[in-house]
Design a protein around this ligand. Structure first.
Ligand SMILES: Cc1cc2nc3c(=O)[nH]c(=O)nc-3n(C[C@H](O)[C@H](O)[C@H](O)COP(=O)(O)OP(=O)(O)OC[C@H]3O[C@@H](n4cnc5c(N)ncnc54)[C@H](O)[C@@H]3O)c2cc1C
Ligand code: FES
Length: 262
């Protein structure tokens, strides 16, 4: 079930020059409603109301706090739409179409046979936090590997450390292991059975390739350019082994076995 809700901006926190964290909650002036069930890996389509940016912008659900009825979005400023979101204040509301797409797959409980590694590159960190929270709620203790160019772009470490064992790489070596996520021993040598990835396409392909070679199950969250977000415009299609599929409805999460990457 998809909803079109107007949510209140509860906080809008700048994390560094590029990223900000938007906290939203159901708007109390309208008919009462609660946040719907949202799966980790799903995304929202945000109406930015920036001039010249008339299409909604897809943003992953970064976290959901049902007790406080809050939804978190981690956003990178790249163009008109995201810059407009960066300027929202607590007197603003935003129009969301959500929850969209599928989610990551993971078991209902921990077991020896399930050892997950969550890998987030840059703003691809966003869906990994809610995934880690949901795994932890099922008794699973995930490892998380975050990669960025520099230390200041590694964000929300304290949030991740609540739910996961955290590993970090930076390209300049200012935090964690120097290099790309694919250089980290956790990824190269760790005894994981399942890997979940979101980040720049080159990074996802590199991680997927390692997983493929080591016969580790791997799911990636694609960030193909989107317009409608509901399967109507076909602008987000990915050429998969099953033919052209809309990333907004069939994804954004795909097992790499379905993709034409190798
Ligand atoms: C399923 C999904 C989940 C996403 N989750 C997040 C998230 O959690 N946080 C976040 O900050 N961003 C996320 N993105 C990317 C985000 O949607 C784009 O950065 C945003 O739409 C750009 O809008 P804009 O108006 O600021 O930039 P525009 O003015 O539209 O474009 C500015 C620049 O950004 C590039 N761009 C536009 N769309 C994308 C895209 N989909 N991916 C990469 N570059 C793009 C353009 O090519 C252009 O160079 C996600 C995208 C998808 C498809
Ligand atoms: S964004 Fe329109 S079909 Fe996917």
């Amino acid at each position: 079930m998809k909803y079109n809700h107007r949510l209140q901006v509860v906080a809008n926190k700048e994390l560094n020059d590029s990223y900000f964290l938007l906290t939203l909650a159901p708007f109390s002036q309208e008919a009462a409603f609660s946040l719907p069930e949202i799966l980790p890996g799903q995304f929202v389509q945000v109406l930015t109301e920036a001039s010249g940016a008339f299409l909604r912008r897809p943003i992953s659900v970064c976290d959901v706090d049902y007790a406080r009825q809050q939804l978190l979005l981690l956003v990178q400023k790249v163009g008109k739409g995201t810059h407009a979101l960066a300027h929202l204040t607590t007197s603003d509301t935003v129009d969301l179409l959500y929850p969209l797409g599928n989610g990551f797959t993971f078991p209902n409980q921990s077991s020896e046979a399930y050892r997950p590694l969550l890998v987030g590159g840059g703003v691809g960190t966003a869906p990994m936090l809610y995934l880690a929270r949901c795994m932890r709620a099922r008794g699973i203790e995930p490892n998380v590997l975050l990669g960025a160019r520099t230390a200041d772009l590694i964000v929300m470490r304290d949030h991740f450390e609540e739910f996961a064992h955290l590993h970090v790489t930076t390209e300049d070596g200012s935090m964690g292991v120097k290099g790309f996520v694919t250089d980290h021993p956790a990824l190269r040598e760790g005894a994981y059975t399942h890997i979940y990835v979101c980040g720049p396409k080159a990074m996802m392909v590199a991680v997927a390739s390692l997983a493929h070679k080591r016969a580790i199950s791997c799911e990636v969250s694609l960030e193909n350019t989107m317009a409608c977000g509901i399967g109507a415009c076909l602008c987000c299609v990915e050429n998969t082994k099953e033919g052209n599929l809309c990333v907004c409805t069939e994804g954004p999460v795909f097992n790499i076995d379905r993709l034409q990457w190798f």
